[in-house]
Design a binder for this molecule. Structure first.
Ligand code: 0RA
Length: 649
C-alpha cells in the first residue's frame, strides 16, 4: 500500500485541519485542562465501544504505560486498511488524520457513544506528540505512526496473523506543549469505565496502570463487566445503603429507533440519586427523558396511594419530590439524533422523549404495582414520611430564615467578616475550632478574608432528617454567613445563591483524622444541600503544611514526607554532624498567626485544593458510604483510600 509521493491537495487540507485543532484545542476538546486531557481517552474508547455495540467486539483493554502514554485495544473488525480511491491513501490513514472521517465509513449504525464532542480519533491524533495504530484484519498486521497528527510513514504491513484475529490498538502520548498537565488519573478512568460497563452490558473492559504496582508486585489492574447492565448499576450505587424493596425495578423498550432502559431502586435513606444518560453521555442536568421519568413516577405512585387510601391521614398535598426520596435510578436512552441544550451536552432536549419515557415507565409501573402490592405499599408509605419531613423542614427553615431578617445584619455573631462587599473577590474560611479561628482572625487580610469558626463536629446531614439541619447552630451560622437561601413556596429544594457573599469558601481543618472527618462532614453538607457551590468551583480545602524543617535561622515548610526528606538533605549538605530540627504540625493551633497566614492563607503562597466532582454517581456513593449507616463498606473504603481519593481536589 504505497502512497502517491506528490503532495496532493487533499494532504494539505488534512494537515490544515489538524493544525486548526492544535491551534484551538478549546473548540475541539473543551480546553487544555485535566478534563480536556481525559476527553482524549473517551474519544478513543468510544470508537471501540461503538464497535462493541454494533456487535463486533466484546473485549477492550486500556493500559496506562509507565511512560504515561495510553493505549486502547479492542477485538473489533479493525479499521479498514485498503486503499481509499478518492484520497489516494490508505483508509486507515484517512480515519486517523481526516477530521470527521468517521462518517465516510458509514457503519450502518448510528454512533451512539459519545465523547463529549464526538470529534473523532483524528483530533486525538492532532493533540498527541506521538500516536500509533495497529490493526489486525484480513490476516494482516498493519501499523502507522504519527507525530502531532502527521504520519511518519505510509501504513505498512508488519506481519501476518490468523484471519479470525481482528482488532484495533490505538496508543497515544498527549502533547505536553498543549495540555497543562499530561498525567492521566487512574480514578477518573476507572469511574468512567465502570459506568461504561454498566451502560453497555456484556463488554469485558480491563484497565491496567503500569505506572503502579500492588503489594504483590503486579501492575494495578481492574476488570469491568456487567451482565445485567442498569440493574447492576443501581445495585452498585446503593450497595452502601439499605434497600427498601427486594430487587430493582427494570424497564426496557425500543420504539421509533430509540432504545430506552431504566432501573429503579428504593433505599431507606433520604437522598435522591437520579443518573441519566443519552448515548452514554451523562446528562447531568437531565432533560426531556428525565421529565418523562419523573412524570410517570409521580403519577402512578400517587394514583396507587389514592386508590388504596394511603394518603388519608395527610393534611397537605403530596409533591413529586416526595416520591423520589430514597430513590436511586438510572435512565439510559440511545437515540439516533440527540439534541443537546449546549456544547457541554449536559441536558437533552428532544421533545419526543418526554412522552416516550413517561409512557413506557408508566406502563411497566402499573404492572409492577399490581404484581407487587407489598413493595408498592412500602414505597408509597415512605413517600408519605418524606412529605411529612418536608413540611417539618419547611417550618424549621422558615423560622431560621425569618429570624435572619429580624436580627438586623443577619450575620452570625461568630463571624469576623471582611470589609469588602464584593463577593467575587471575597473569601470565607470555615475554621475547625474557636482557637484556630482566633489565630486565623489575627493572621488574615481583613480586607477580603472573613473567618467563621466552627465548633466541634457539624451535624452529619447524611443521617439526619432535614429539619434537624435548620436547628444545628454551626449549619445555621454557615447559611447566614454565606447569604444562601434554600426553598421557595413552589420548590423546597431550590437553592438561591444570588446573595452569596463569598466566591471562595475555604474549609480549613487540622491535618489529622478528626480534621479530615470534619472536612468530610462539611463537604457532605455542601454536596447534599448546596451542590451548585461545588459545581461553580466555589468550594476549596486549605492545606496546612505537615512539617517545619529548621537549621539555625533557616527554615522550610513541607507538605509531605518527600519534601521533608529533601529539605533535611538540603540543610545537611555533605556534612555529617549538622543538627536539623523537624517539627510535625498536628493541628492549626500549633502555628501562630503569622505562620498560618504565610503557609495556608496568603493567596501568593498557600496551596488551596479546589473541590470538583468528576462523577456525581461516584461522589454520591462515597458520601453515603462515609457518612451512612453501613459500617463494613466504610471500613474497607477507608482502609483502601485513607484520603479523599474520589474527590478530585
Ligand atoms: C471504520 C469502519 C469500520 C470499522 C471502524 C472504522 C473501526 C474503528 C475503530 C476505532 C477503534 N476500534 C475500531 N474498530 C473499528 C467497519 C469496517 C468493516 O465494515 O468491516
Amino acid at each position: 500500500m504505497s502512497n502517491t509521493s506528490n503532495y496532493s491537495a487533499d494532504n494539505i487540507r488534512a494537515l490544515k485541519g489538524l493544525e486548526a485543532v492544535r491551534m484551538r484545542p478549546g473548540m475541539y476538546v473543551g480546553g487544555t485542562d485535566a478534563r480536556a486531557l481525559h476527553q482524549l481517552i473517551w474519544e478513543v474508547l468510544d470508537n471501540s465501544v461503538d464497535e462493541a455495540l454494533a456487535g463486533h467486539c466484546d473485549t477492550i483493554n486500556i493500559t496506562i504505560s509507565a511512560d504515561g502514554s495510553l493505549s486502547v485495544k479492542d477485538n473489533g473488525r479493525g479499521i479498514p486498511i485498503g486503499m481509499h480511491k478518492e484520497m489516494q491513501k490508505s483508509a486507515l490513514e484517512v480515519v486517523m488524520t481526516e477530521l470527521h472521517a468517521g462518517g465516510k465509513f458509514d457503519k450502518n449504525n448510528y454512533k451512539v457513544s459519545g465523547g463529549l464532542n464526538g470529534v473523532g480519533v483524528s483530533c486525538v491524533n492532532a493533540l498527541s506528540s506521538a500516536m500509533k495504530v495497529e490493526v489486525h484484519r484480513e490476516g494482516k498486521v498493519v501499523v502507522q505512526e504519527y507525530s502531532a497528527g502527521k504520519p511518519l510513514y505510509d501504513a505498512k504491513q508488519v506481519g501476518e496473523t490468523d484471519k479470525s484475529d481482528t482488532g484495533t490498538t490505538v496508543t497515544f502520548m498527549p502533547d505536553a506543549s498543549i495540555f497543562d498537565d499530561t498525567t492521566f488519573k487512574y480514578e477518573t478512568l476507572s469511574n468512567r469505565i465502570r459506568e461504561m460497563a454498566f451502560l453497555n452490558k456484556g463488554i469485558n473492559i480491563t484497565l491496567t496502570d503500569e505506572r503502579r504496582k500492588d503489594a504483590d508486585g503486579n501492575f494495578v489492574t481492574e476488570q469491568f463487566f456487567s451482565e445485567n447492565g442498569l440493574v447492576d448499576f443501581v445495585q452498585y450505587l446503593d450497595n452502601t445503603r439499605t434497600s427498601l424493596i427486594e430487587k430493582p425495578i427494570y424497564i426496557s423498550s425500543e420504539e421509533d429507533g430509540v432504545a430506552m432502559e431504566v432501573a429503579i431502586n428504593y433505599n431507606t435513606g433520604y437522598a435522591e440519586m437520579l443518573q441519566s444518560y443519552a448515548n452514554n453521555i451523562n446528562t447531568y442536568n437531565g432533560g426531556t427523558h428525565v421529565s418523562g421519568f419523573k412524570r410517570a413516577i409521580t403519577h402512578y405512585f400517587k394514583k396507587y396511594g389514592e386508590q388504596n387510601g394511603l394518603f388519608s391521614k395527610l393534611k397537605f398535598a403530596m409533591s413529586g419530590e416526595d416520591f423520589r426520596e430514597g430513590l436511586t435510578a438510572v435512565i439510559s436512552i440511545k437515540i439516533p439524533d440527540p439534541q443537546f441544550k449546549s456544547q457541554t451536552k449536559d441536558e437533552i432536549t428532544n421533545s419526543e422523549l418526554t412522552g416516550l419515557v413517561s409512557n413506557c415507565v408508566g406502563k411497566m409501573l402499573q404492572i409492577y404495582l399490581e404484581e407487587n402490592p407489598k413493595q408498592a405499599r412500602l414505597i408509597v408509605e415512605k413517600a408519605v414520611l418524606a412529605a411529612t419531613g418536608r413540611h417539618a423542614a419547611r417550618k424549621a427553615r422558615e423560622l431560621v430564615q425569618r429570624k435572619n431578617v429580624l436580627t438586623g445584619s443577619g450575620l452570625p455573631g461568630k463571624l469576623a467578616d471582611c470589609s469588602s462587599k464584593d463577593a467575587e473577590s471575597s473569601e470565607i474560611f470555615l475554621v475547625e475550632g474557636d482557637s484556630a479561628g482566633g489565630t486565623a482572625k489575627q493572621g488574615r487580610d481583613r480586607m477580603f478574608q472573613a473567618i467563621l469558626p466552627l465548633r466541634g463536629k457539624i451535624l452529619n446531614v447524611e443521617k439526619a432528617l432535614e429539619h434537624k439541619m435548620y436547628e444545628n447552630e454551626e449549619i445555621k451560622n454557615m447559611f447566614m454567613a454565606l447569604g444562601v437561601k434554600i426553598g421557595t413556596e413552589e420548590n423546597d429544594r431550590a437553592l438561591d445563591i444570588t446573595k452569596l457573599r463569598y466566591h471562595k469558601i475555604v474549609i480549613m481543618c487540622d491535618a489529622d483524622v478528626d480534621g479530615s472527618h470534619i472536612v468530610t462532614l462539611i463537604l457532605t453538607f455542601f454536596f447534599r444541600y448546596m451542590r451548585e457551590l461545588i459545581d461553580r468551583g466555589y468550594i476549596y480545602i486549605a492545606s496546612p503544611p505537615l512539617y517545619l524543617v529548621k537549621k539555625g535561622k533557616q527554615f522550610q515548610y513541607c507538605w509531605d514526607d518527600e519534601e521533608r526528606d529533601a529539605a533535611i538533605q538540603r540543610f545537611k549538605g555533605d556534612k555529617e554532624n549538622v543538627s536539623v530540627g523537624v517539627q510535625r504540625y498536628k493541628g492549626l493551633g500549633e502555628m501562630n498567626a503569622e505562620q498560618l497566614w504565610e503557609t495556608t492563607m496568603d493567596p501568593d503562597t498557600r496551596k488551596l485544593k479546589k473541590v470538583t466532582v468528576d462523577s456525581a454517581a461516584e461522589a454520591d456513593r462515597v458520601f453515603s458510604m462515609l457518612m451512612g449507616d453501613e459500617v463494613p463498606p466504610r471500613r474497607a473504603f477507608i482502609e483502601e483510600n485513607a484520603r479523599y481519593a474520589k474527590i478530585d481536589a
